[in-house]
Design a protein around this ligand. Structure first.
Ligand code: NAD
Ligand code: TYD
Length: 335
């Protein structure tokens, strides 16, 4: 199979490209990425020379480019997105352009070239915020996004499903919970906190810190996306998560403990507007239909992640300074 992966230079996309090439030695990957601030080709420097891997610099909103690329692949996995909630609160424009209009371009291209297999990577955030006693999100939970990021992802999910019902496009969707692990851009909570703690700084916990997230190690998400791509029923949605509900404050204390530091490094800061209180996922459909399950416990995953950031301090520093952008210019010419 020749797979078009979009957003493959980002956090989850780069982990997925590496996972996919390792698990499918006969298959090829074309990675289409616009290299926004979140796209970092250093994430994939180890597979650069692999003849089964090609990088294409461009946007999923570029119709001519996308139609050209889709013609030559068997399937598409769409990771490309603007993904940070805090940025969407400051300016939602790029979120609608990439997440909604970009997805539409990919769907149109998949349709135009003989109904190519299309997997759309989405988030549990489209379901909104749970109360303390609400059941976890699953495939039947109504959509109720509450911030511009999740609203744009919800819109894209609806379009993907509409192309199945209206045009018979062979799609699947996965809605996954919060990921963490290697190559996570240090603006998101876990890598930001690890990096601040290592540098002797405080960590900014929003509001009372009692918001709950359901964390999954990124490699487990990658195996879930692959399982849906290979075995998922066409037209269906799969919830992926790991039953790892934890309050932000408790997670922060765990990270501080793993690093052997003191809790006086916690700094409570102004809350995020529209901050969703609780996410939780029920992945029983994926477990039963696909035989998939997350394998990494939160404790193990945090350890692996802290160790990874310890071993890749330069990677993290280059993300923060912006120096990672030089990698593209050096290897692919200037933009
Ligand atoms: P990320 O921000 O780290 O990476 C996004 C990638 O998409 C970057 O490489 C960026 O350059 C690229 N991109 C952005 N706009 C583009 C465009 N117009 N054309 C082509 N490429 C473009 O995001 P991530 O955390 O890796 O998330 C990947 C996907 O997984 C997203 O669709 C996100 O909604 C979804 N998701 C993320 C999480 C999470 O916890 N991070 C959880 C569930 C689902
Ligand atoms: P984040 O990593 O931004 O993911 P998302 O908003 O997609 O869930 O945030 C995870 C949780 O951590 C969320 O409840 C917001 C909180 N948070 C902080 O308390 N401080 C921070 O500096 C950041 C970035 C997030």
């Amino acid at each position: 199979m020749k797979l078009l992966v979009t957003g493959g230079a980002g956090f989850i996309g780069s982990n997925f490209v590496r996972y996919f090439l390792r698990e499918h030695p006969e298959d090829e990957v074309v990675n289409l990425d616009a290299l926004t601030y979140a796209g970092n080709l250093e994430n994939l420097s180890d597979i650069e020379g692999d003849p089964r891997y090609t990088f294409v610099h461009g946007s999923i909103t570029d119709r001519d480019l996308v139609f050209d690329l889709v013609k030559d692949v068997d399937a598409i996995v769409n990771f490309a997105a603007e993904s940070h909630v805090d940025r969407s609160i400051l300016d939602a424009d790029a979120f609608v352009k990439t997440n909604v209009l970009g997805t539409l371009v990919l769907l149109d291209a998949a349709l135009a070239h003989g109904k190519k297999r299309f997997h759309h990577v989405s988030t549990d955030e489209v379901f909104g915020s749970l109360g303390p006693d609400d059941p976890a999100f699953d495939e039947n939970t109504p959509y109720a996004p509450r911030n511009p990021y999740s609203a744009s992802k919800a819109a894209s999910d609806h379009l993907v499903r509409a192309y199945f019902h209206t045009h018979g496009l062979p799609i699947t969707i996965s809605n996954c919970s919060n990921n963490y692990g290697p190559y996570h851009f240090p603006e998101k909570m876990i890598p930001l906190f690890i990096s601040n703690l290592k540098e002797g700084k405080t960590v900014p916990v929003y509001g009372d810190g009692l918001q709950i997230r359901d964390w999954i190690y990124v490699e487990d998400h990658c195996s879930g996306v692959d399982a849906v791509l290979q075995k998922g029923k066409i037209g269906e949605t799969y919830t992926l998560g790991d039953d790892n509900e934890v309050k932000n404050l408790d997670l922060t204390k765990t990270m501080i403990g793993l690093l052997g530091l003191s809790e006086d490094r916690i700094e409570f800061v102004k809350d995020r507007p529209g901050h969703d209180r609780r996410y939780a996922t029920n992945s029983s459909k994926a477990r039963e239909e696909l035989g998939w399950e997350a394998k990494t416990t939160l404790e193990e995953g945090l350890r692996l992640t802290i160790d990874w950031y310890e071993d890749h301090k330069e990677w993290s520093d280059r993300c923060k300074s912006g120096a990672y952008k030089e990698y593209y210019e050096k290897n692919y010419g200037s933009k």
